[in-house]
Every structure is written in structure tokens, then in C-alpha cells.
Design a binder for this molecule. Structure first.
Ligand code: MF3
Ligand code: CO
Length: 248
């Protein structure tokens, strides 16, 4: 069931979204060679709790941490670890959610660590821009497939591929609500958007082929060809005009 939010609910979601977006800014300042992924997780959890919110992912289907930290060929859902350190030249995707007064925010960025290759830099830039290309179509009366197709066309025009096995989603009282928001599809297909729907739009884009595999830790998703992957996500509100982005 797709839920449409009231104005009161949206004002809470704006606060959840701001906390979520601000965590990512704080992490961007802290991500340096030598810091462990678990240290980043602790920084995020402390920030979220100090803003009277709760880490959305912690305990979700048994997930053990506040963040997902996915490095290079890891696509999403990397589990923070005290013995895993951030290294110069890698790209690091960080996904975080904050649950505030009954509503979730969900957002992700891919950060460059120090000097990275030109192709990795391009992958990060195209992944981010694909989100903005997609949400040009995120308005009342359009369809999910319009967003999905715009993201896909944009990324494929650079020779990158769109992960098929995972999608974005509706969001609100639950972190994952209907509808699914794929990053591939056809214009004019899928459910029609209406005002005050809230969606997490999250392109996951691979430098090589779109195939992924799921690791035996039960969470980490990695590219099959071991080429890098990037992620960019925001929680948005559908309106009659431009989408409102809650997690910038
Ligand atoms: N942000 C992720 C998503 O949109 C959620 C991470 S899954 C979790 O699906 F289990 F780690 F929470
Ligand atoms: Co999400």
C-alpha cells in the first residue's frame, strides 16, 4: 500500500531528513585514510542519538550497525568493522537512516578518499547526477518508470550499468514502503505519482556489468566483475512541481 503523507507528517520527515543529511556531512569531514569503518559508524550513531533520533538500520532484519559502508567493488550493505580501514584511492559509499518521531530519513553518498582514478571520479559524478536527472520526472501525474528510465538512460550513456537486483522504495513510518523505485525501466510504466508521496530514490551504478553477488556475511553486495560501484540516495517528497529533497 502506498501512503501519502499529511503536512504534519511531512514536517516530521523534514526533521528526520535533515538529521540524515547532516550525518553524511559529518562523515565526509571524518573520512580519511586510516580510520576504521566502525569508527565512522560510532560517529554517526552518536550524532543521530544526540539529535533525539535512532539509527534506522540498526536491528532492521538483524542488521548490526548504524551505517552501511561499501568500499570500491562493494555495491551496498557493507557492515562496519573495527579491522577494516579506509584507504587512499578508494571510493566509499555510505548509507544511513535516521528515525525521528516515528518517521525515517534515508540517504547515501559515495566519497572519494584522497586521490582517486579519473574513471572512479566519473562514476561518482555520473551516479550523483543520475539522481538529479531522475527526479526531474518526480512530480504529480508522472510515473515511476519515468524516473527509472531517466536514471538508466543517463548512466548507460556513459557506459556504466544500473544494478537490477536492488531498488529504491517508498519511505515514511517504515523504512521500506511501497512502491519500489527501480533505477531502470520504461517511460510511462509503473504507478502514477501523487503529491505528498515520499520516496527514497537511490541509483546504484556499476562501472562494469550490472551483475552483483551477495556475500556470505548475509549483507554485503558486491559486483560480480569486481569493478567499482557508486551509490547516491535522497529521500524526496512528490509535489506538483519540483520534488522536495529532504536529506541534502
Ligand atoms: N538504505 C538502505 C535501503 O535503502 C537500507 C539499508 S538495509 C539495512 O534499502 F538493513 F542495512 F538497514
Ligand atoms: Co534506501
Amino acid at each position: 500500500m502506498i501512503t501519502v503523507k499529511s503536512n504534519e507528517e511531512l514536517s516530521i520527515m523534514r526533521k528526520a531528513g535533515k538529521i540524515t543529511g547532516d550525518v553524511l556531512k559529518l562523515l565526509e569531514e571524518n573520512i580519511k585514510p586510516g580510520i576504521s569503518t566502525k569508527d565512522l559508524d560510532r560517529i554517526a550513531e552518536k550524532y543521530i542519538r544526540s539529535h533525539n533520533a535512532f539509527p534506522s538500520f540498526k536491528g532492521y532484519r538483524g542488521y548490526p550497525a548504524t551505517l552501511c559502508v561499501s568500499i570500491d567493488d562493494e555495491v551496498v550493505h557493507g557492515i562496519p568493522n573495527d579491522k577494516r580501514y579506509i584507504e587512499e584511492g578508494s571510493i566509499v559509499s555510505i548509507d544511513v537512516g535516521a528515525f525521528f518521531n516515528g518517521f525515517h530519513g534515508d540517504a547515501a553518498r559515495t566519497f572519494a578518499v584522497g586521490k582517486i582514478s579519473a574513471e572512479k571520479a566519473k562514476l561518482i559524478e555520473v551516479t550523483k547526477q543520475s539522481f538529479f536527472e531522475g527526479i526531474k520526472y518526480a512530480k504529480t501525474g508522472n510515473r515511476i518508470g519515468d524516473i527509472a528510465s531517466a536514471i538508466q538512460q543517463y548512466c548507460e550513456s556513459f557506459g556504466f550499468s544500473v544494478v537490477r537486483a536492488l531498488t529504491g522504495h517508498g519511505i515514511g513510518k517504515a523504512m521500506h514502503e511501497d512502491p519500489e523505485v527501480p533505477n531502470f525501466g520504461k517511460p510511462g510504466h509503473g504507478i502514477r505519482l501523487s503529491a505528498n508521496m515520499t520516496l527514497a530514490v537511490e541509483p546504484m551504478i556499476n562501472m562494469g556489468k550490472f551483475d552483483v553477488e551477495f556475500l556470505s556475511d548475509g549483507w554485503t553486495v558486491r559486483t560480480k566483475d569486481r569493478l567499482p560501484s557508486a551509490h547516491y540516495e535522497n529521500t524526496i517528497v512528490i509535489t506538483d512541481g519540483e520534488a522536495e529533497i529532504l536529506t541534502l
